[in-house]
Structures are given as C-alpha cells and as structure tokens.
Design a binder for this molecule. Sequence first.
Ligand code: PNW
Length: 514
Amino acid sequence: MPICKIINKNNLHRVWETPANIHQNSANSQRASRKFPEDFLFGTSSSAYQIEGGWNKDGKGISIWDVATHMDPSPVLDGSSGDVAADSYHLYKRDVEMMKELGLDFYRFSISWPRILPSGFSNEINQAGINYYNNLIDEMLANGISPLLTIYHWDLPHNLQKLGGWVNPIIIDYFTDYAEVLFDNFGDRVKCWITINEPQQICVGGYGSSMLAPLLNMTGIGEYLCSKNLLLAHAKAYRLYDEKYRKKQNGLIGISINGYWYEPATDSIDDKKATLDTIQFDWGQYAHPIFSKEGDYPYELKRKVYAKSAEQGFKRSRLPKLSKSEIEFIKGSSDFFGLNAYTTTLVYRNASLEGMYAVPSYLDDLGAGFTTDDSWPQGASVWLKEVPCGLTKILLEISKRYDNPPIYITENGWSTFGGLVDDDRIRYLRNYLDAVLDAIEAGSNVKLYTYWSLMDNFEWLSGYSEKFGLYEVDFADPNRTRTPRKSSFIYREIIRTKTLDFDYEPENFTGGNI
Ligand code: PNW
C-alpha cells in the first residue's frame, strides 16, 4: 500500500492518513531548497558503551554490556565487544574536533554509570570518571558546542543487575542517586538532560527478549515490571532536578522514546485496530503516562494485558498498576518530547496470528503481526527501512495526541556496511529532514534534530557490522582513525546554511579530510 499517497484533507480523521502537504518519496534532484527556522538546532548523537572503550580503565566498574559481550559463546554477531570500541575514552579531543568540523550546535552523549559509580551505588564516586566527562564537556564548550547529556543509555552497573536491575523497584532510588551525582558534578555546564534512552527497547529488548543485555527473555512479565520501575525512576530524577536544581542550574530535562511509525497493512478494520493497539503498546506505553492529560498507561494496553492475564489464570494483571499518586508523579515529568525515529512498519491482525506467539507474551497480549513494503529502501540493519513520510506522521501524531509539546529529535540515522561514498545515507538524511520540515509547516513544534551517529560504533548485538557514522572509524587500526564520509560534507552544509538543498555537491570530495 503506498502510504504516502496524497489524500483528501477532509478525510483526515485517522492517524495514518496523510495530510495533503506531505511530499512523496521523490528523487533528490529538482526539488526546491527549503529553509529551517532560524532557531532550529542541529547535532549528532552517541552513547558511552558504543564509543568509549576503556571498559576497565581507571577504576571503572562492570556493566551489563561488559558481562554480555564477554560471554562464551558470545551473543554478538561478530563476537566483538565495546572493550575498545572507537576509543573515545582516549580520543575525545578528536571527537570534539569532528563536532567542530561539522559545525554542530550540540552533541548528545551518554555517561557510563559504572565509570562514575563503579559499584552502582553513590557512596563511592570514581574521580577519574568525573574527570573524563569534565574534560569532554569543557572541550566541547571551548569549541562552542553545547552538551546534551543522556544519563542512562543501557549500560547498567552489573551489581544492580545482580539485584534484578530494572525489575527491582529499588532501582528507582539508586537511579535517582546516580542522577544527583551528575547534576552536582556537571549541572553547572550541562543545560539539557535526557534521563533514559528508549525505555521500550530496554524493557522489551533486555527483559522481554534476548535482543539486548541483560538478555533475560522473560516475555509477558519482565517487560511490564521493567516499564513501571523505569517510568518511576525517570519521574523521580525529573522531580529531583525540578525541585532542587532547576532554579540554580536553569536547564531542561526530559526522556527519549523510540517511535516507530505504524501503518495498517490493509484498509481492514482489524488492521486499523491492531495499528492503534501497537502504537499504545510500543511508544504509547511510555508517552501516555508522561505526556497525556490524563496520565497512566494507555487504555488499550491495560485492557488487553488484563484480559489475557485473567484468561490465562493469573491472579492479577501481568501489567502492574500505577496508583493514583504514581500517575500524578509521572504525569508531566518531561520538559520536551525526546523522539528517536528511524523507520516505519506495517501492522495486521487476522487468523494467521493464531498460535504464532508464545503464551503468555508481549506479542500475544498485543495480538498483531508486522510486515514491510518491498519498495522501501533497506538499510544495513534488518529493521531499518527508509520511509520519510512516517517521520512526518509520527511527529504530527505526537503533536496531536499530547497537546503540541516541544519535540527534540534525539536520534535519526541510516546504516550501511561501510564505504566513504554514502549516497544512500545522504538520500535518507535529506528525505528525513524534508519530512521534518513538512511536520513543522503543518504545525508540529520540532526544535532540533540529532543525527545518529557522529561516527561508527558498537551496534549492540550486531557488533561492528552495521555503520551509522557520518565519520568512518577504522576498527582495525589501533589509532581508531576517523575519516569523514561524503554525508559529513552534506550535513555540514545543511547546518551552515540552515537550508536543505538537494542539489548541493561537496567540492573536491576525495574521501579525505573535511
Ligand atoms: C537506537 N528499532 O536503538 C539506540 O538508541 C542506539 O544505541 C542504536 O545504536 C541506534 O538506535 C541504532 O540502532 C534502536 O528496531 C534499535 O527500531 C532498534 C530500533 C530503534 C532504535
């Protein structure tokens, strides 16, 4: 089904129908240049475990990713680990030089919890870890680049995992203690914070399946317990900042949610219902409690998990309840909607789902099947298809559902298998930025865009096989040499001119320095 087809504006009553002003996925040539708002900001993104290396340097503790990647046999596709990664623990000055070359307004990075608190607990602070991030932040500020700091991007201290990690409610306090150490040490210079990166990926990937550490594979139970604790931990860190630090430090704090766009596979009522349910199970599970007026988990999620649990003989819903005070505590706990947006999926619900999923399981609770369209360009990551209008649609949907919050696109990017001439990344970048401009024109309050990633890095269980970087990193070279790809030159020009020009070609691109 061509999902970007132009429809009659008067029919605009279903989330997946396309407003008339959304552009087709057309070729790059002969498209008019478009200007971004003057105050629109551009950055790139990374995370600690994926780039830093130095996994046991200078007193750092062990994280769940150190444990997972050192398992024998390895769960990682190419058997690799983040032990050295892009070695940003040592090469941070070169990283900042690259930010400067691109002309970034800001850089989004994350802090390694066990580098700061080796045991996971805040009674013992590792000064070498504090120094590392102080140096990075100071180097960025000296070069005019603002830090956007993610407190938690998946590398939980192993000690906390031994206690159950995100399924033990005690994590709420320990996460807040950790956040407080960061506010105390970096809040004089960091004015924008993300509490947690992609709650759904943490809970479904780590607890409901084996796609991410800690590989617990406890679907139907694990992801829901994780979800509640994570929402409360986020909210508690937000409230702490709001009450104790905001006045003095004058910053903003929010959460980053991964937003797939979901589109019904056919026009059938069942597929449309399945699509709405999927939105509420996937990103609505986190967005609704935080950003909706009424708060709490979405109705569709509560109803379906409750009904399945009862049917299966559970004494209570496998989805824990949020109390009245918890609902109030979580509601409104984000100064902006942090959105990581990459791709789109088609959703269906029909008799073929019978017996398809384990019982109980998250997918059985949801009762939906997924597919894609063969015409969508495919990235190096199996899940990554290029569907630019999906980004416009999710931006407009967030604006509509949650009363037009400021939206920060905290990740968006394209993977290849390597090479400096990355014309497919350039096409993706331009088409997705075009989609952002469509959403802004239609009234969505998008404030900034962050490309994932500044450089190639450890792509979790895919190891180093998928490359998301604007800069190539030579992982065979002990110096981890970084070289700008063609896309770096394109992004630099977009940032310099605040203009999307589909015809721009970098002069003298020889695959060398910028
Ligand atoms: C994000 N999906 O993860 C993470 O925040 C990054 O650490 C990661 O490197 C990046 O995106 C690229 O994968 C995602 O299946 C993983 O849609 C999978 C999906 C989305 C985001």
